[in-house]
Ligand binder design. Structure first.
Ligand code: G
Ligand code: G
Ligand code: MN
Ligand code: NA
Length: 253
């Protein structure tokens, strides 16, 4: 199966789509954000997960086109929900490493915000630590995003290299604790300590902390007790298509 050409066709034939997963406030229990997660709806193979095709898209450079489509579609969707009267929430979009180092990335984001009419404070870009190959470059780009009014979240925290240096130097607003730490936090003493300590540290840094991969009531209670701000995971809702999201949105707003 020629994934590269398949992807080219998918872009042309509009076979990519976005699923959305809510983020909830652990204080109010209400929806405060949404993460956009891309899917490939293949005519023969069915749904292909981004875990399979994003690496190929990165290698071939197709990610730039896909990434721009994801940004535009997610911003349009968020604006449409706001215009339909739903509680305004922050839309998170995963940025890929190639996009972060794309020279016009700030201009592209600015243009998409202008074209879709979404206010910058309702867009958040998720970057992962493994993307920070040139920290000075990243600091500069993230500052420009900040100036635009777009929020930045450090995704999969704890799984990359040199996490604490990133936390110290990168101008981020939010940190997402990787789901590998959440999975056993109620049964493994070391995971519990790590999660509690990350939450406390993030509060001291005056940033917002989000837990991902929240799958049980026990996870949620543990995170609430330890004052984690927000949570995302199958306990609340898996990533779902936009039409289903409307119903979910009504339940948790
Ligand atoms: O939704 P799922 O768990 O299958 O996502 C798998 C991986 O693909 C995650 O690491 C997620 O961050 C990544 N991913 C999902 N959507 C996008 C996207 O639009 N752009 C990029 N760069 N990565 C994405
Ligand atoms: O790397 P990133 O955090 O962007 O990817 C999020 C991935 O985690 C998506 O593929 C999404 O489908 C998945 N995900 C979301 N909630 C849960 C959960 O509660 N448990 C597990 N195992 N995966 C989840
Ligand atoms: Mn993410
Ligand atoms: Na993550």
């Amino acid at each position: 199966f020629d994934m590269e050409n398949g992807l080219r066709n998918a872009i042309e034939q509009e076979n990519l789509l976005l699923h959305y997963q809510p983020k909830l406030s652990l204080i109010s229990g209400k929806i405060v954000g949404v993460e956009a997660l891309v899917r490939w709806d293949h005519p023969e193979k069915g749904t292909i997960s981004p875990g399979e095709f994003i690496p190929i898209a990165e290698e071939t450079g197709l990610i730039l086109e896909i990434g721009e489509w994801v940004l535009r579609t997610a911003c349009l969707q968020n604006k449409a929900w706001q215009d339909a009267g739903y509680t305004p929430v922050v839309m998170s979009v995963n940025l890929s490493v190639r996009q972060l180092y794309q020279p016009q990335i700030v201009e592209i984001v600015k243009r998409i915000l202008n074209e879709t009419g979404l206010a910058p404070k309702f867009l958040e870009l998720e970057i992962t630590e493994s993307m920070v190959m040139d920290i000075e470059h990243c600091i500069q780009i993230l500052r420009e995003f900040n100036r635009l009014g777009v929020q930045i979240s450090l995704d999969d925290f704890g799984t990359g290299y040199s996490s604490l240096q990133h936390l110290k130097e990168l101008p981020i607003n939010k940190l997402k604790i990787d789901q590998s730490f959440i999975r056993n936090c109620t049964v493994d003493k070391n995971d519990a300590t790590i999660v509690k300590t990350i939450i406390a540290m993030v509060h001291q840094l005056e940033l917002t902390v989000v837990a991902e991969g929240v799958e049980s009531i026990e996870h949620m209670v543990f995170l609430q007790r330890n004052l984690c701000n927000e949570a995302q995971g199958y306990l609340f809702c898996k990533p779902i298509p936009p039409d289903e999201f409307i119903q979910e949105y009504k339940n948790i707003e």
